[in-house]
Write a protein that binds this ligand. Structure first.
Ligand code: CP3
Length: 319
């Protein structure tokens, strides 16, 4: 998950003197940083070190990832000419991704590598707001006021993310995750009208690859059945909804991923154990479950606590 490696001293060391986006374009660094949490924790899968806005940078957007802030876009996208000017992404725009995944599949051997991309709504939010946003007011204003422009923007972002995911699968990623982190800001009715057709087209374009598709968002309890119907094999659940309750909403045709509250990592050792047990208890009767922290590892998390969580999950789920 986002920032899983960021809490590690070895991450801070290799990142010294390199910006986030530079690091994402250096195959040696991408491979090294992706491997760090795998080596330290022995987790069951690796997630590619990159960022959801990288493909937008790769096709020419003037944007940066500002430490402690997130993605910031120089010229927010709000006009037809800007959307018309958006190009497509080809494998030649991201050669370092193909190279990094080549290095990683060799080093990971049997450990799966999860590739990822931003879903069109979450990418649109960064582009339209110009940066992180609490209320997504500019994004919603565009969506409600100019539906044609909205769908044109979403269609372009769908093509970019689909192409980016296809590059990752072709290079050897064994699963993909679509991050619609901020889509929980929408009602189900708006999700169906403004987002779902695009996410559905994106996910169904990946179906032919045969790799499992994970669909994740924050605060999406009310949207889970729709996110399943958009074409996911795995649906991510944040800590707000117990996994057993999420399963009642989505049925047993999909696997659930989740859902330890990332803030739990700051609790006492016995409290952490209790909370991890609660997640695993809630997942006991699921047809499939991927344990993780709801929306990623907080940067000041203690690596020792994370190591203990991985050990506990492995002990309880060993066959
Ligand atoms: O463990 C990993 O590092 C996996 C790679 C990864 C990153 N970003 C690296 C990163 C992944 C999967 C992401 C996805 C991502 N990026 C999402 C979706 C996941 C989620 O959290 O819902 C979103 C919304 C972003 C946009 C973004 N990029 C944010 C909000 C931030 C944090 C800003 C901050 O500093 O608080 C980033 C920066 C970022 N992406 C960092 C990393 C390791 C921190 C970079 C640094 O300063 O060292």
């Amino acid at each position: 998950m986002r920032q899983a490696g960021r809490s590690l001293p070895e991450y801070r060391k290799v990142r010294e003197g390199t910006t986030m986006l530079e690091a994402c374009t250096r195959p040696d660094l991408v491979a090294e940083i992706t491997m760090q949490p795998v080596r330290r924790y022995g987790v069951d899968a690796a997630i590619l070190f990159s960022d959801i806005v990288l493909p937008l940078k790769a096709i020419g957007f003037d944007l940066d990832i500002v430490p402690g802030v997130g993605p910031v876009v120089a010229d927010p996208v709000r006009r037809h000419e800007q959307v018309d000017a958006m190009g497509e992404l080809t494998p030649a725009d991201v050669p370092y991704i193909t190279e990094a995944i080549g290095l990683l599949t060799a080093e990971l051997a049997a450990t799966p590598l999860i590739g990822f991309a931003g879903a069109p709504f979450t990418l649109a939010s960064y582009l339209v707001e110009g940066g992180p946003s609490k209320n997504h007011e500019n994004t919603k204003a565009l969506m409600y006021s100019d539906e044609n422009l909205w769908h044109a923007l979403m269609a372009k972002l769908t093509d970019i993310s689909a192409a980016y995911l296809h590059v990752q699968v072709a290079a050897g990623a064994s699963a993909i995750q679509l991050f619609d982190s901020w889509v929980g800001a929408l009602s189900a009715v708006d999700y169906v009208r403004y987002v779902m057709p695009h996410s559905q087209r994106l996910l169904s374009s990946l179906a032919e690859t045969g790799v499992p598709r994970i669909h994740f968002g924050v605060n999406t309890g009310e949207l889970l059945p729709l996110m399943r119907d958009a074409g996911a094999d795995v649906v991510g659940v944040d800590y707000r909804l117990a996994l057993a309750d999420a399963a009642k909403r989505v049925g047993d045709s999909v696997v659930l991923q989740g859902n330890l509250d990332p803030a739990v990592i700051f609790s006492s050792p016995s409290a952490v154990r209790t909370q991890v047990d609660a997640v695993l208890d809630s997942a006991r009767d699921l047809p499939g479950h991927i344990f993780n922290l709801g929306h990623g590892v907080l940067p000041t998390s203690d690596p020792e606590v994370l190591a203990a969580v991985v050990r506990q999950v492995h002990e309880r789920t060993a066959r």
